[in-house]
Design a protein around this ligand. Structure first.
Ligand SMILES: Nc1ncnc2c1ncn2[C@@H]1O[C@H](COP(=O)(O)OP(=O)(O)OP(=O)(O)O)[C@@H](O)[C@H]1O
Ligand SMILES: [Mg+2]
Length: 342
């Protein structure tokens, strides 16, 4: 880029210089010819005029060639993304699914990233009953994000399988299945658009009242109406005009609006001050009501209400049970709790 800009900035003075030189030579030569009587004055002036007319368009042409090359390079890069092979597609006999009735089950699930040496998850077995809150805890790199990314099939498991109501999720229509799930991720995925559009986010057939209702549940309505244009305020690239907590509450509002039976939360409350953490936490608690929730908890104080806590360590489940039971076990979970209490 530096090289290109250097050349581009240099090209203008250079072409001016060359242009002036050429014209000087032309005038000098033409003047001599006129003096010699080889051409008459009017022909010479007409020639000069024509010459000047040509200079500008020819400069434009060289610029156009440059732009085309630049565009072609960008196009190539965009196309390589758009044309990338989809690894995860519906099988020809994929089944539709429209509801979630009993349980999600991870059966002997192992998963290794294609470029990794070691498996990120090793023979995981877990049953998540409908309506329960399951919390995943564990050190950084233990495999928590990997665990939740497998459910919406961002990756496919290599061994074992994930089952919903006893159906392998690989045998289901991906779009149908994903409609059952909402995900609030660690870094909020927002777009350079209005608050309203960011909450609706491609959902069809929703009205303004429903959007406002969702924002209220997510503790977001208050700060939204205090912004300049309310729901029509533009939030900038990736929502940069908002604070971290506000961004997160917008994505929670989005999840509420979709109203899915299954909710996946990668809690990111650790980056927030205690006031916004409280607001986000309250919002999450409201959202989890009457839903099956898998929550990755970074702050252990927030998982005590979970029905089951699963402790992951290096890709394996090492402990599982209620907060109280795990405390009494005096194992890994107890260590994590003690560390955070310090
Ligand atoms: N895209 C990837 N490619 C290769 N290896 C990966 C990839 N993503 C994660 N890993 C590896 O898989 C393991 C589990 O990672 P994971 O992101 O699931 O950890 P985590 O428990 O979510 O950690 P954290 O609490 O820091 O978010 C780590 O050893 C990590 O290095
Ligand atoms: Mg993670």
């Amino acid at each position: 880029m530096n090289r290109i800009l250097w050349r581009k900035d240099l090209s203008s003075p250079l072409s001016e210089f060359l242009g002036v030189t050429t014209v000087s030579v032309l005038i000098w030569y033409g003047f001599r010819e006129v003096q010699n009587g080889a051409i008459n004055v009017s022909t010479f002036i007409a020639f000069l005029y024509a010459f000047f007319m040509v200079i500008d368009p020819s400069k434009q042409l060289s610029k156009a060639v440059y732009s085309i090359q630049k565009g072609a390079a960008s196009l190539e890069r965009v196309q390589s993304v758009l044309n990338a092979d989809l690894q995860i597609v519906d099988t020809p006999d994929a089944q539709p699914i429209s509801s979630f009735e009993t349980a999600i089950e991870y059966r002997n699930v192992s998963f290794k990233y294609y470029n990794a040496e070691e498996a990120a998850l090793k023979t995981i077995n877990l049953r998540i009953e409908k309506g329960k809150i399951v919390a995943l805890v564990g050190a950084s790199g233990a495999g928590k994000s990997t665990f939740i990314d497998l459910l919406p099939r961002f990756y496919d498991v290599q061994e074992g399988g994930i089952f919903i109501d006893n159906q392998n999720i690989k045998s289901l229509k991906i779009n149908d299945f994903r409609k059952l799930i909402s995900m609030v991720s660690q870094d909020a995925i927002l777009f350079n658009d209005t608050i309203y559009n960011n909450i609706v986010f491609g959902l069809e057939g929703v009205n303004r009242e429903q959007v406002i209702e969702a924002a209220k549940i997510a503790n977001a309505h208050h700060f939204i109406i205090e912004t300049e244009k309310g729901y029509e305020t533009n939030i900038g690239d990736r929502g940069m005009k908002l604070s971290g907590g506000q961004r997160q509450r917008l994505t929670i509002a989005r999840a509420v609006l979709r109203n899915p039976p299954i909710l996946i939360l990668d809690e990111a409350t650790s980056a927030l001050d205690s006031e916004s953490e409280k607001l986000v936490q309250e919002a999450l608690t409201k959202v989890m009501k009457n839903r099956t929730t898998i929550v990755v908890a970074h702050r252990l104080s927030t998982v005590q209400h979970a029905d089951e806590i699963v402790v992951l360590q290096e890709g394996r489940i090492v402990e599982q049970g209620s907060h109280q039971a795990l405390l009494e076990l005096k194992g890994e979970y107890r260590k994590l709790v003690d560390l955070q209490a310090l």
